[in-house]
Design a binder for this molecule. Structure first.
Ligand code: HEC
Ligand code: HEC
Length: 303
């Protein structure tokens, strides 16, 4: 009896089908055929205008879920409308894509389960890495051989940098904070260290990081990558330091975080007016689930 109702119900819900269209391909990503094939197999069903649904994706309620995922995925990254991004944005998306593949987030595991053909082999991943290294500026700096030695005393000579347009004062203290992560962006040739203040460090120790408590401050410092004649990579010139300051009330308009960035050895505040924070928030929004913070601190679970 119950099974009968279920069957009738499943038939009826098939009637509600918000259409999923494949809009025209305006400008496809141009990569070598092998990389193109990998993206096609593993990403295009969600991140392109050439979506092909399997029969079981076509059945409601799976259909509703699949179509809403595809809309979100296309909005975040669309290989069929690649020409809408500037070259640095394209590189950043690819770099971020590799990160998400390595984090086992893309293709989403629940999707790979039903679509084994989307699974990426280690060879596929290596091919993507090689491709990204090839198009990265690091490759150029290695070819150029030596580069200037890093200057360690960079900001001690600066008296007090100007505040940012949204009224945040420079925080020289960050140099004494704890480094909680490092990242290496070979797409734009920088190395970064992310520091956390004592509130951040305590929050990590107590596994109390979502949301991060008020008073948390992160600093992210970027240097260019310099390569010596042997190709060894070390930090080159100081590029910038940026901050995220948690204060739910004070920074309610910018998702509870105060955003600030200073550029170059002269520590010039970034942003002509307070609207520069929109750029920060927009790029950090994919991390909304983790309170707009990308860095995932290690969590020590008691055995
Ligand atoms: C089953 C659908 C699906 C597949 C297949 C898939 N993704 Fe995604 N992807 C999503 C969805 C949904 C989002 C948006 C939500 C999120 O960020 O998690 C997303 C977001 C992303 C983002 C974030 C873009 C941004 O700037 O916000 C990147 C990068 C990404 N995917 C890369 C990839 C790559 C590379 C592949 C192939 C190896 C892939 N995805 C395969 C569904 C998919
Ligand atoms: C193009 C995308 C993008 C933009 C724009 C952006 N960020 Fe980020 N930000 C990232 C990514 C990705 C990370 C993770 C670390 C990494 O890969 O370097 C990050 C990390 C950070 C961190 C370390 C904490 C964390 O979330 O991991 C701070 C602090 C930070 N960003 C501040 C800013 C500020 C301030 C602005 C605006 C002036 C800004 N960001 C704009 C992408 C962006």
């Amino acid at each position: 009896m119950a099974a009968g109702f279920l069957a009738v119900f499943l038939v009826i819900i098939q009637i509600y089908r918000p259409p999923l269209e494949n809009p025209p391909v305006t400008g496809e990503i141009e990569v070598s055929p092998d990389i193109g094939q990998v993206l096609r197999n593993s990403c295009y069903n969600c991140h392109s205008n050439e979506t092909k649904l399997k029969w079981f994706d076509e059945l409601a309620p799976a259909y509703w879920l699949v179509t809403s995922h595809i809309r979100q995925a296309r909005a975040a990254l669309n290989f069929s409308e690649w020409d809408k991004l500037t070259p640095p944005q394209q590189k950043a998306k690819l770099f971020w894509g590799l990160n998400r593949i390595l984090a086992n987030e893309m293709p989403p595991p629940e999707y790979s389960l039903l679509h084994p053909e989307a699974h990426l082999s280690t060879d596929d991943i290596d091919a993507i890495k090689r491709y990204l290294v090839k198009i990265s500026p690091r490759n150029l700096s290695v070819k150029n051989g030596t580069s200037p030695a890093p200057s360690q005393k960079k900001d001690s000579s600066i008296s007090q940098p100007l505040p940012t347009a949204n009224g945040i004062d420079f925080i020289p203290d960050y140099q004494r904070w704890k480094a909680i992560s490092t990242t290496d962006r070979f797409d734009n040739g920088t190395m970064r260290v992310i520091y956390g203040n004592s509130v951040a460090v305590e929050a990590i120790a107590n596994d109390n990081t979502n949301p991060w408590p008020d008073g948390t401050v992160f600093a992210k410092v970027a240097w260019t990558q310099a390569a010596d004649s042997t190709g060894l990579i070390r930090t080159g010139e100081f590029k910038q330091v940026e901050f995220m300051i948690k204060d739910q009330k004070k920074y309610a308009d910018t998702e509870g975080w105060g955003w600030a960035r200073w550029l170059g050895k002269q520590l010039v505040p970034y942003g002509n007016d307070a609207l520069f924070t929109q750029e920060c928030v927009a790029c950090h929004t994919p991390r909304k689930e983790s309170n707009f913070v990308f860095t995932q601190p290690l969590v020590y679970k008691k055995p």
